[in-house]
Design a protein around this ligand. Structure first.
Ligand SMILES: Cc1cc2nc3c(=O)[nH]c(=O)nc-3n(C[C@H](O)[C@H](O)[C@H](O)COP(=O)(O)OP(=O)(O)OC[C@H]3O[C@@H](n4cnc5c(N)ncnc54)[C@H](O)[C@@H]3O)c2cc1C
Length: 319
């Protein structure tokens, strides 16, 4: 079986989870294996209808008070139990914050090889072959597995989301025997974007060229108009202009939107590591030699304080 961790919060399936189940479905025809989607945590049963749209052959709903609050080791134990019971050969996780927290623990429990943050998946000789960017995106590694159980975490916004409705069997799994060592006692959500940075289709990011926190509303307005999220370089974050949760790059979030707009960002390798796999990169920088132009699909050499408001005005005209 191909088992997919279908991450949900309060009954709402994560976009990255839909992508992972879609990829599981595509793999299932190549490997000739059924796809199981596992839902857990508060609201898991409410996400069943949504997950069915992406074609799983079976849905596992892990229920029980021990998992009502998030617990990395509790979720990992529950996922590993399902994987063992079902004899899962391949396990897919979205490379979300939760996914990267839980997946390595599952890998240890089921003795699986794990390749994280992959951007490509294929099949050769009955096993999966994963590709992932390495050396801050300067090269791509192709990884084969020696282990029997093969696990990957999938980078968000890379694998196409494909509706493929099915009528799977829904199995309830009792989690009452799980005794998490640690649980999240409170969750504090940061203010800001309505759209989650790692899942956004459009990201508008600001760097040191933004000059100060008072100018960030400029890119927030542009991001809102495009239905996107606001990102930032580490220089802007370190200067205290914007919260670290917006940082894109090697020590921040990895994003892979359809459109990434870099405003006043030079394009250091550590920044590219977090956005280099975006489909279209638009760079606005007043220095025509800025390295960001080496990865840009469209480069605008100019003052962002002129270019961004002009772009915003044009977009407003489009309604
Ligand atoms: C271990 C390590 C990890 C790191 N992790 C990260 C990370 O996760 N993310 C990250 O971003 N960085 C990271 N960095 C830092 C990285 O090396 C760079 O220092 C940082 O990305 C620079 O940010 P910046 O491009 O905003 O600033 P700068 O490099 O100072 O670039 C500012 C740019 O703004 C342009 N500009 C100025 N004014 C204007 C204007 N009016 N209009 C248009 N353009 C203008 C300038 O021409 C310049 O190109 C890391 C570094 C290390 C050593």
């Amino acid at each position: 079986m191909i088992l997919v961790f279908a991450e949900q919060r309060d009954g709402v399936l994560k976009k990255a989870a839909k992508e992972a189940v879609s990829e599981g479905k595509r793999l299932s025809s190549k490997l000739n294996m059924p796809v199981g989607a596992v839902l857990m945590g508060k609201g898991a049963d409410q996400a069943v209808d949504e997950v069915k749209k992406f074609g799983p052959d079976k849905v596992f709903v892990v229920e029980g008070e021990p998992l009502d609050r998030y617990s990395a080791d509790g979720f990992a134990e529950a996922a590993a139990n399902v994987a063992k019971e079902q004899g899962a050969n391949v396990i897919l996780f979205p490379a979300t914050t939760m996914g990267v927290d839980v997946a390595p623990r599952v890998a240890a429990k089921v003795e699986a090889g794990l390749v994280s943050d992959i951007t490509g998946l294929d099949v050769a000789d009955g096993k999966i072959v994963a590709t992932k960017p390495v050396y801050s995106g300067k090269a791509v590694a192709t990884v084969k597995f020696k282990s029997d159980i093969q696990m990957v975490t999938l980078r968000s916004n890379v694998f196409p989301l494909e509706e493929n409705p099915s009528d799977p069997e829904v199995a309830k799994v009792d989690a009452s025997g799980i005794a998490p060592k640690g649980i999240a006692v409170a969750t504090e959500l940061k203010e800001g974007g309505k759209v989650e940075l790692a899942e956004a289709a459009v990201v508008v990011s600001g760097g040191r060229g933004m000059k100060g926190p008072e100018n960030f509303p400029l890119i927030e307005e542009l991001a809102n108009l495009l239905g996107g999220a606001v990102g930032a370089s580490r220089a802007a974050v370190d200067a205290g202009w914007i919260d670290h949760s917006h940082q894109v790059g090697q020590t921040g979030k990895v994003v892979s939107p359809t459109v990434y707009i870099a405003c006043g960002i030079s394009g250091a390798i550590q920044h590219i590591a977090g956005m280099g796999s975006s489909k279209y990169i638009i760079a606005i920088n007043k220095d025509e030699d800025a390295p960001i132009f080496n990865v840009a699909s469209l480069g605008i050499v100019g003052d962002l304080f002129k270019v961004v408001p002009a772009l915003t005005e044009e977009l407003k005209k489009l309604g």
